[in-house]
Design a protein around this ligand. Sequence first.
Ligand code: SF4
Length: 137
Amino acid sequence: MTHIITSLCLRDRGCIEVCPVECIIPGLPLEKHPWMYIDPDTCIDCGACIPECPYAAIFPEDEVPAVYTAKGGEYISKVGLTGRFEGTNHNGTHLVLDTVKQLTAGEVVNLRDDIQPNYDFFKSGPGYGAKDQDKGI
Ligand code: SF4
């Protein structure tokens, strides 16, 4: 199994620092790979990244909810969305994401759709190579 970062990810990056096997990679370019991604072949399922995420975006793969009911006010970030989020990450770096949508209370999202992009990022996407372009966002 592995852990999965879902579209609730707003690139806080706190998860990167606690991962004991350094398998969480910041996606780039932002418009194609807007989240942090976990290498499923390296993740040891320790769970350390889960409490670090201020957006509660990380789940064990078999617990990613098919029916996520929004509290209201949280964002999802996905290729194709056009809303804007501006914030500050774990390291105090300002960031702007232009691929988001703010959810309304009671809105339902299937977060299991976010599982495959985590695998694809390493199989057919930039994978660990994205670290070469990393600017801390
Ligand atoms: Fe890293 Fe542990 Fe999170 Fe897997 S569960 S990504 S090993 S911190």
